[in-house]
Design a protein around this ligand. Structure first.
Ligand SMILES: Cc1cc2nc3c(=O)[nH]c(=O)nc-3n(C[C@H](O)[C@H](O)[C@H](O)COP(=O)(O)OP(=O)(O)OC[C@H]3O[C@@H](n4cnc5c(N)ncnc54)[C@H](O)[C@@H]3O)c2cc1C
Length: 374
């Protein structure tokens, strides 16, 4: 039997598991290594914070999926990778050998990007810790009128979380978004940025276009030198490559993520597949988002089957444009696709349908086939 190890219960691997539940992989024993028994579906997390979804509605049960797929589940995290011996070392100390490895572990949010953040800030990743700690911030705001909450990060997650927190916190709490010196949603078209600013302004969320450089007790220092009152800093910056990649021997892209090619294989080690935020397609670079992790799922599944059967692999061409649906915290959402954008309650309902359908597709008894909606 060949040993296939799936590392990380990410957005593509849930599809691999669902496909294996429908049709096993002959000739291979499959193991999933992931630290949590559930995957938090990030698209619904701002809705959980806003109180629009119960936490269970935003979770995919990885343990149940693995059971249905006949996949051995190891609740642990990859701590080191030695591709020359085809072995993984796990954080708990165990070692795992593989013939083929598929990595969908996402990126990491470094604790050290902003001085003082490690000890004082709430970090949005890992999502399970963030969602677990969020009620503490909520009750602090209820006990301490005028609490100054500062979300740091002007990307889609920072925007959605600032809007969601404004919705969820008592009226006296103040929410500020420190968006970075490129401003709010820097990678989005001007019209979307304008609308997003208007949304936050209408909710009395102050947006500051400057970089946060240091968190001090009760305040946040910005790169321009000014200081901002800050009782509860929330770091929602983009992800970095996991620390264990740097000395793994896998070829990395200039930004430190795993360099992959058209068949989703590592360009240096073809028995290693990598998808989602942990990877970088060097032949066809695209932004890092859940959409691309989801879209890679079916091709990854097909290629893992082809690898096991010794057949040729399929080439995956990532889409050029991806639809972004940004929730505004109140049931409305902002849609952005290339130069087009729209906002309203109907966009919110559209996003809600897509998100719920994705999560529902992995529940016990769901029909396999409606998997790739995002
Ligand atoms: C608040 C928020 C909202 C977002 N909303 C959207 C959205 O609406 N649309 C969108 O396209 N993108 C969105 N994103 C971005 C999106 O979350 C990521 O791009 C997406 O999660 C990447 O998917 P992935 O499969 O690569 O990794 P992940 O979804 O991060 O999954 C990684 C998995 O690997 C596990 N893991 C982590 N480390 C290890 C390890 N060392 N060993 C083994 N397993 C490990 C994790 O527990 C997890 O199960 C949002 C992000 C945030 C923070």
């Amino acid at each position: 039997m060949k040993q296939l190890v799936l590392a990380g219960g990410g957005h593509a691997h849930v599809q691999v598991l669902a496909a294996l539940a429908a049709q096993p992989l002959p000739g291979a024993e499959v193991t999933l290594v992931t630290p949590q028994p559930v995957l938090w579906y990030s698209g619904m997390v701002p809705g959980v914070i806003a109180g629009r979804y119960a936490p269970e509605e935003a979770q995919i049960d990885l343990a149940a999926l693995a059971r249905r797929a006949g996949v051995r589940l190891v609740l642990d995290a990859v701590a080191a990778l030695r591709p020359e011996t085809r072995r993984l070392r796990l954080a708990g100390g165990a070692e795992l050998a593989y013939d083929a490895l598929s990595l969908d572990t996402g990126g990491e949010l470094s604790r050290d990007l902003i001085d003082g953040a490690r000890d004082q800030a709430l970090f949005v990743r890992p999502l399970h810790s963030f969602v677990q700690l969020w009620p503490r911030l909520q009750s602090l705001a209820a006990r301490q009128p005028g609490l100054q909450v500062v979300v740091i990060g002007g990307g889609a997650a920072g925007f959605e979380l600032a809007a969601a927190m404004r919705r969820a916190l008592v009226a006296q709490a103040r929410v500020t978004l420190v968006a970075g010196n490129a401003g709010l949603l820097p990678s989005f078209p001007r019209g979307v940025r304008h609308q997003a600013l208007a949304v936050l302004k209408s909710r009395s969320v102050t947006v500051i276009a400057d970089d946060a450089v240091e968190i001090e007790p009760g305040q946040l220092r910005l790169s321009g030198g000014s200081r901002l009152p800050c009782d509860a800093p929330v770091v929602a910056l983009g992800v970095q490559p996991p620390a264990w990649l740097s000395d793994s021997g896998l070829r990395l892209a200039p930004d430190g993520f795993i360099a992959t090619g058209a068949t989703l294989q590592s360009v240096s080690h073809p028995e290693v597949f990598a998808v989602g935020d942990v990877s970088r397609r060097i032949d066809a670079p695209h932004p890092r988002s859940g959409v691309y992790a989801v879209r890679a799922g079916p091709v990854l599944t097909a290629n893992l089957r082809a690898w096991a059967a010794g057949q040729p692999l399929t080439v995956y061409r990532p889409q050029r444009l991806a639809l972004a649906l940004l929730s505004c915290g109140d049931g409305t959402a902002l849609a952005s696709w290339g130069p087009l954008s729209a906002r309203g309650a109907w966009v919110g309902r559209w996003k809600d349908r897509i998100d719920r359908a994705f999560v529902e597709a992995y529940r016990e008894g769901a029909r396999v086939g409606s998997l790739s909606l995002r």
